[in-house]
Design a protein around this ligand. Structure first.
Ligand SMILES: [Zn+2]
Length: 194
């Protein structure tokens, strides 16, 4: 979206000059090639561009779907977090997306009731755990600081433990997507990890 999603009430306006469509095009892909979208949560910085993929199934925790029905977003013009007509799979807890253990949704209730993380097992890179919004910064993870905007503090602490246990079991790296220092180190499309 040129210029990004218009901000409401003076909230930040996030913009990337290389759009999602542009990154996909660099990979020789179009929106119709995408089968699944794993949704971390229904905050404004996670739901942009969903309607660019009308044929893709959104994998969302049922708890997040229910939350969205009773908690209108302050950041969208009509308060909606999802288009109810979009193909959606409502997930209860962890979910093995392809049935072979390579991509697993991990339920990590925290900032919202249906926040989820993603465990990806790559042949060369190994296991990578994408935190989602359970934690926003490396410092917060190192010191186990619960973010101020969480839906449930106790569940957030339990989700911290869950992530730490998975890191041990799967020998996984933790990627904290909101951490700028980490983000600056990552390769982005059309570059990739094997
Ligand atoms: Zn976020």
């Amino acid at each position: 979206m040129p210029g990004g999603l218009p901000s409401i009430g003076g909230r930040p306006n996030w913009v990337r000059s290389n759009t999602l469509a542009g990154q996909l095009a660099q990979l020789g892909l179009g929106a119709s090639d995408i089968r699944y979208i794993g949704l971390t949560n229904s905050h404004i910085d996670h739901i942009g561009n969903l309607e660019m993929f009308p044929g893709a199934t959104i994998l969302v925790q049922r708890a997040e779907w229910n939350f969205a029905q009773t908690h209108p977003s302050e950041d969208t013009p009509d308060g909606a977090r999802f288009n109810a007509a979009h193909p959606m799979a409502l997930i209860d807890g962890d979910y093995d997306v392809f049935g072979d253990g390579t991509v697993r949704l991990i339920a990590t209730p925290s900032v919202t009731p249906g926040n989820q993380s993603l465990l990806v097992k790559l042949p060369k890179t190994g296991a990578v755990l994408l935190s989602g919004d359970v934690i926003h910064f490396q410092y917060g993870w190192d010191h186990r600081i619960v973010p101020g905007n969480v839906w449930d503090k106790g569940k957030t602490l339990a989700s911290f433990k869950r992530l730490a246990d998975i890191m041990t079991e799967a020998n996984a790296q933790l990627w904290i997507e909101h951490d700028k220092a980490q983000s600056d180190m990552r390769r982005f499309a059309p570059d990739y990890y094997e």
